[in-house]
Design a protein around this ligand. Structure first.
Ligand code: MTE
Length: 312
């Protein structure tokens, strides 16, 4: 993600819509359906998720084709090039999986994948997804409010932030030296941000189980923040008293603040954030104006009284 000198992506890496249909037909024919609240979880990318509710939080903007969403990724553990995660994460083992809830909680807990999948009814949330590098997607995520996971434990009065940690296995993933960032990948949110109804734990896209390159088996999606806050393949959730360190903030604090709210008025040191290129509908993408909070005005109350130039 961090390209300090030439932050622009190459348009040629985006694949247009055309081969979407054939692929989806293939998946439907060959996949094993299961109910979100029923059978054991078969963690296979491409498996259709059943019983998904529509969500009023969804946008009706044009959705980025599946192919682009799954072949143009940032997942440094599997390579720093946009096309590398889809190649290198193919055999990523995401079952069995467990996530621990710990730190400032009355009683820590570890949940397995089956349990996580059944925490709440699955919803489709079509969200704008704005990357700090200047491109954006519209993605039909499948998931449920992050609060459903966090409510599995009782935080102590000291808990003010939530720190998240990704899975890291040097046998399946590249080294920090190759990636130029430290692993495991870490992120954090203020507790009230994490509990906001727009913040979700995503387990799928396009009605199917999340492909490895998109953060299987589950990842955050925080649509009003730059994409890097949406940490993938989570294994640890820690309730903490103080603002936790985060991967990109440690790498380059002037460029990547803790809050990282989408903000057209605060530029990145190497480029403006006033506009973005919405990829997917036309071959080269459309240049559009970036909106404060990525257009999710309902979160503004979380930052009342804060100078968002200082807390970028
Ligand atoms: N999570 C982990 N563990 N590792 C990463 O490299 N990249 C982040 C975020 N989550 C990243 C991560 C960045 S920079 C972005 S823009 C989004 O994931 C990309 O999500 P997508 O590939 O599903 O579009």
């Amino acid at each position: 993600m961090i390209i300090r000198k030439a932050p622009r992506f190459r348009y040629s890496e985006i694949t247009p819509r055309k081969d979407d249909l054939s692929r989806r037909r293939f998946l439907t024919a060959g996949s094993l359906a299961f109910g979100a609240l029923g059978a054991p979880f078969a963690a296979r990318a491409g498996t259709r998720l059943e019983g998904i509710r529509k969500s009023p939080y969804s946008t009706d903007e044009f959705q980025t084709p599946y192919k682009s969403v799954t072949t143009y990724n940032n997942f440094y553990e599997f390579g720093t090039g946009k096309g590398e995660p889809s190649e290198n994460a193919r055999n990523f083992r995401t079952n069995p999986w467990s996530v621990s809830l710990e730190g400032e909680v009355v009683k820590p807990k570890t949940l397995d994948l089956d349990t996580v999948m059944k925490l709440a009814p699955l919803e489709e949330r079509v969200y704008r997804h704005r990357c700090v590098e200047g491109w954006s997607f519209v993605i039909p995520w499948v998931g449920f409010p992050l609060s459903a996971l966090l409510k599995q434990v009782q935080p102590t009065p000291k808990a003010k932030y939530v720190a998240f940690q990704s899975f890291y296995d040097p046998k399946q993933m590249i080294s920090p030296r190759e990636a130029h960032i430290d692993f495991p990948y870490i992120e954090g949110l203020r507790l009230d941000e994490a509990m906001h109804p727009l913040a979700i734990l995503a387990v799928g896209i396009y009605s199917e189980i999340l492909p490895p390159q998109n953060g299987a088996p589950f990842r955050l999606v925080i649509p009003w923040k730059y994409g890097y806050k949406s940490i993938k393949s989570i294994v640890k959730v820690r309730f903490v008293e103080k603002q936790p360190p985060t991967t990109w903030n440690l790498e380059w604090p002037q460029a990547y603040g803790f809050y990282s709210n989408v903000n057209p008025n605060v530029d990145h040191p190497t480029h403006s954030q006033a506009e973005e290129v919405r990829l997917g509908r036309t071959y080269f993408g459309e240049r559009i104006k970036t909106r404060m909070f990525n257009g999710y005005d309902e979160v503004a109350g979380l930052y009342k009284g804060m100078d968002l130039r200082k807390y970028y």
